[in-house]
Design a protein around this ligand. Structure first.
Ligand code: GUN
Length: 294
């Protein structure tokens, strides 16, 4: 199936699906509270003053407000000690009004990220990053699932794309995106190749992909000319072009000439990540999901 005949690729519109899902989430929470249930609460720990993190946290907080989730942003200085940060997590673990806890990453280099993430109660780990939640995903019995990979799967499934039997190539092997993304795809029945900084012949792997997921965070590593005609392309990155605009890892014009389906940047995976955080928080608060949102 050649897609070389112009802009024939179909968009995986994360903004549109997110809007529908957030309305569903809001309806479920409204009903839960009207029936006497507790308002779900999300605490976000923001350490230091990284501008990108501040924007992400603000977006998460606004999305919470829209859906009726109470959000509490805990701002902490970059100089905080590991012990004091862990003590903050302990306080939130013990707070019955808080159902989800998220530590915005990256943390300052003097803090052990995994030590802090492991301290979050498993049932409140709405990022799904601690060893128990990742381990459950490995064992095909997911608990709370990492938001970005969960959002990608929701976007694919909503558009009727099953990855069963597809050769999925994931570029990037980070703990928060690439690795759990590969696990989600494996769970869905894909044959998965994970590429990373030590991978030789990246081009040869990308050329084999029925589904390419790029989570590099830098343009110029994955060349869209390598794509198979008709591939499904999920670009998870949020990079700044030299003119200041947002862009993904791949050249969007070439992607749209070659792919069957693609995620735009912005408006693809980004909004889905936040929507999955809302869904995870709702789940952590014991509120049942709208049937269409799983
Ligand atoms: N920083 C960049 N992405 C994420 C994310 O998904 N969760 C958290 N906690 N921090 C991030």
């Amino acid at each position: 199936m050649s897609k070389r005949d112009g802009h024939s690729a179909q968009k995986l519109d994360g903004l549109a699906l997110s809007a529908t899902m957030r309305d569903d989430i809001r309806a479920a929470i409204t009903q839960h509270v009207a029936e006497g249930g507790q308002v779900p609460g999300l605490a976000v720990l923001l350490v230091g003053s990284d501008p990108a993190s501040a924007v992400y946290v603000r977006n998460k907080s606004k999305a919470c407000e829209h859906t009726g989730i109470h959000s509490r942003i805990v701002r902490l200085p970059a100089t905080i000690s590991s012990a004091d940060l862990v003590a903050e997590v302990d306080r939130l673990n013990a707070d019955a009004s808080i159902h989800g806890i998220l530590v915005q990453l990256p943390l300052p280099p003097h803090i052990s990220t995994q030590t802090v993430l492991e301290r979050i109660a498993v049932a409140k780990d709405v990022d799904g990053f601690n060893a128990m939640n990742i381990g459950r995903l490995v064992l095909r019995d997911p608990g709370i699932r990492p938001c970005t990979p969960r959002g990608v799967m929701a976007l694919l499934h909503h558009h009727g794309i099953s990855t069963r039997g597809l050769h999925a190539v994931v570029v990037g092997a980070s703990n928060i995106v690439g690795r759990p993304m590969a696990l989600e795809l494996l769970l869905d029945g894909a044959t998965v190749t994970i590429c990373h900084r030590f991978t030789r012949e990246l081009e040869q792997h990308v050329r084999q992909a029925d589904l390419l997921v790029s989570a590099v965070g830098r343009t110029g590593i994955v060349d869209a000319d390598w794509l198979r005609d008709g591939a499904v392309v999920v670009d998870i990155a949020m990079n700044r072009a030299p003119d200041g605009s947002l862009c993904g890892d791949l050249d969007a014009v070439v992607v749209q000439q070659k792919a069957s389906w693609y995620t735009p940047v912005p408006g693809g995976v980004g909004p889905m990540t936040v929507t999955m955080l809302l869904l995870n928080t709702m789940q952590a608060a014991g509120i049942s999901l709208p049937a269409a949102s799983n």
